[in-house]
Design a protein around this ligand. Structure first.
Ligand code: NAD
Ligand code: 6OD
Length: 488
C-alpha cells in the first residue's frame, strides 16, 4: 500500500498570534484514515472568535513584516525550506496518513515541491524589475513639465488562503510562499480532510522566527464555518483559493461585499487529444498517468480523451489493459467523495456507457475494504453532452471518444464549461503548434503531461479559475503596483 507503518503522530492545532491552540472553537471533528476508514485522531474546529483573533494577529504583524527588507524575507523563506527538509520524513508520513496517497508520490512530488515553493520565491524576490520613465509629459490645465515616474510594489495586506485536500502541502505552500515573500501576512485554512502537514508547516514557520502573527493557521470546515468566516471577513485584504468551482462562486459572492480581490484555481474536465500520428506507446502511457495518478485526484488529470478514429479501437483496448493492471493506487479522500465518484460510474452506465475497465469498488480482502478505494475506470460510448462527459468527477475515470478531423477534435475539447489543462499527442510539429493555441485551457501540454516548471503561469479559464499563479505571476497577484510621479 506504500504507507508508513508509523502513520502520523501529528495533532492538528490552530496557530494564532504565534501560539498553538487546540482549545476553544466549536469542539472538534474526527480525522478519518481513507485507506481503511478508521478514526486516527481529531481536528479542532475554529469559531468566529478564533478567526477574528487570527485576522487580528495578521493585521498586527503587517507593519513589521510588510516593511521588512527583501533580504530578510528571502532568508526567512530559505529557513522555512530548510525546516521542511529537516523534517522531511515526518512531512511525508503526515501527508500519506491524511490522504492515503502512495508514499512515493508524497516523497517525490508533494513535499519536495513544497520546499521548492519557498526556495523559488527566495530567489525570485531579487529579480523584480519595475519600469521608470523620465520625460516631459503633458499635464492637465497647462501643468505640463518634466517628470520622473516610477513604480514600486507593496503587499496587499492580510491574505486569506484556502486550500484543498488533494495536494495538501504543495497547494498550501504554493500560495503561502509567494504571499509571505511579497510582504503580506497570512491566515491559512487547509482542507478539513488534511490538517496535518499544515500543522507541521506552522511549526516550521514558528521555528523559522517570522514576526509573531505573520503566519496564522486555522482548521475547520468551509461553508457556514471557519472557511466562510475567514473569506467573508472585513479584515481580509485578498483571498487566494484552490478548490471546486462552486465553492469559488460561494466565496466570490461573499468577497463582493468588501470588493476583496481573489485569485482562484478551480475545477477542470481536462481533455486529451490523441492524433493517429502520435507515438502510440507515449500516448497510451501518458494517458494512463494523466487519468490515474493519485487516483485521478489532481486538478490537472485527464477525464476526457478524444482519439482519432483510425487508432480508436487499438487505443481503447490498450488503455483498458493498462487500467486493469494498475495496483497500489490510493483511495478517494473520504466516503462522501468515494460515493460521488461511484455515483458517476453508475450514471455513466445509465447514460449508455460501455465499461472497458473498472467501474466499481475493488475488494482487497484486507483492512482496505473499510476504506474508500475505487477502480481505475475507462469508459466509451457516451454522447458529448452526457453528464459524465461534462461534469468534473475528480476520480480515476476517463471517457474515450473517437473523432475524424482536427477541427472536430478541437471543438469537442473546447465543448466544456471548464478550461484548466489539456494534452495534445502528435508527432506532427505543425499540427502541435496549430492545435495547442486553439484549445481553450490555461495550460496545454504537447506529448507530455504535468511537466511543471515553477516559474510558468498556472491557472484556468472559464469556470476553472481567475488569474494566474506561479513564479512572477503569484508575486504580481500578492502585491500591487504604486506609481509615483515626481516633477523635476
Ligand atoms: P472544496 O471547494 O470542497 O474545498 C476547498 C477548500 O475550501 C477547503 O478548505 C474547504 O473547507 C473550503 N471551503 C468549502 N466551502 C467554503 C466556503 N463556502 N467558504 C470558504 N471556504 C470554503 O474542494 P476540495 O473538495 O477540497 O478539492 C477538490 C476540488 O478542488 C476539485 O474541484 C478540484 O478540481 C479543485 N482543485 C483545483 C486545483 C487548481 O489548481 N485548479 C487544484 C486542486 C484542486
Ligand atoms: O505543479 C504545481 O505547481 C501545481 N500547482 C499543481 C496543481 C495541481 C492541482 O491539483
Amino acid at each position: 500500500m506504500g504507507r508508513s507503518a508509523a502513520g502520523s503522530g501529528v495533532k492538528p492545532a490552530h496557530y494564532v498570534g504565534g501560539e498553538f491552540v487546540r482549545e476553544g472553537g466549536v469542539g472538534s471533528f474526527p480525522l478519518v484514515d481513507p485507506v481503511d476508514g478508521s478514526v486516527r485522531g481529531d481536528v479542532p474546529e475554529a469559531d468566529r472568535a478564533i478567526v477574528d483573533a487570527a485576522v487580528g494577529a495578521a493585521r498586527g504583524a503587517l507593519g513589521v513584516w510588510g516593511s521588512s527588507s527583501v533580504e530578510e524575507r528571502a532568508a526567512a523563506m530559505r529557513r522555512i525550506a530548510d525546516g521542511i527538509e529537516a523534517r522531511f520524513e515526518e512531512f511525508v508520513d503526515a501527508e500519506v496518513a491524511d490522504t492515503g496517497k502512495p508514499r512515493e508520490l508524497a516523497a517525490t512530488v508533494d513535499i519536495p515541491r513544497a520546499v521548492g515553493n519557498f526556495r523559488a520565491y527566495a530567489d525570485l524576490l531579487y529579480g523584480r524589475p519595475e519600469r521608470s520613465y523620465s520625460t516631459a509629459v503633458p499635464g492637465w490645465s497647462g501643468g505640463s513639465g518634466q517628470a520622473l515616474n516610477y513604480t514600486t510594489r507593496r503587499p496587499l495586506g492580510v491574505v486569506a488562503i484556502i486550500s484543498p485536500w488533494n495536494l495538501p502541502l504543495l497547494l498550501l505552500t504554493w500560495k503561502v510562499a509567494p504571499a509571505l515573500a511579497a510582504g503580506n501576512t497570512v491566515v491559512a485554512k487547509p482542507s478539513e480532510e488534511t490538517p496535518s502537514t499544515a500543522t507541521l508547516l506552522a511549526e516550521v514557520i514558528h521555528e523559522a522566527g517570522l514576526p509573531v502573527g505573520a503566519f496564522n493557521l486555522i482548521h475547520g470546515h468551509g461553508a457556514g464555518a471557519a472557511g466562510e468566516f475567514l473569506t467573508a471577513h472585513e479584515g481580509v485584504d485578498a483571498i487566494a483559493f484552490t478548490g471546486e468551482s462552486a465553492t469559488g462562486s460561494a466565496i466570490m459572492r461573499k468577497a463582493a461585499e468588501h470588493i476583496t480581490p481573489v485569485s482562484f484555481e478551480l475545477g477542470g474536465k481536462n481533455p486529451a487529444i490523441v492524433f493517429a500520428d502520435a507515438d502510440f506507446e507515449d500516448a497510451v502511457a501518458g494517458t494512463v498517468r494523466s487519468a490515474f495518478t493519485h487516483s485521478g485526484q489532481i486538478c490537472l488529470c485527464t477525464e476526457r480523451v478524444y482519439v482519432e478514429r483510425s487508432i480508436f479501437d487499438a487505443f481503447v483496448a490498450e488503455l483498458g489493459v493498462r487500467a486493469r493492471a494498475l495496483t497500489g493506487y490510493g483511495p478517494m479522500i473520504s466516503a462522501a467523495h468515494r460515493d460521488k465518484v461511484v455515483s458517476y460510474y453508475r450514471l455513466a452506465v445509465d447514460e449508455g456507457a460501455t465499461v472497458v475497465a473498472g467501474g466499481g469498488v475493488p475488494s482487497f480482502g484486507d483492512e482496505r475494504d473499510g476504506g474508500f478505494h475505487v477502480e481505475p475506470t475507462v469508459l466509451t460510448g457516451l454522447a458529448q453532452n452526457a453528464r459524465t462527459v461534462q461534469e468534473e468527477v475528480f476520480g480515476p475515470i476517463c471517457h474515450v471518444m473517437p473523432f475524424d478531423t482536427e477541427d472536430e477534435a478541437i471543438a469537442l475539447a473546447n465543448d466544456s464549461r471548464y478550461g484548466l489543462a489539456a494534452t495534445v499527442w502528435t508527432t506532427d510539429l505543425s499540427r502541435a503548434h496549430r492545435v495547442a493555441p486553439r484549445v481553450e485551457a490555461g495550460i496545454v501540454w504537447v506529448n507530455c503531461w504535468n511537466l511543471r516548471d515553477l516559474r510558468t503561469p498556472f491557472g484556468g479559464i472559464k469556470a476553472s479559475g481567475i488569474g494566474r499563479e506561479g513564479g512572477e505571476y503569484s508575486l504580481d497577484f500578492f502585491s500591487e503596483p504604486v506609481n509615483i510621479c515626481i516633477k523635476i
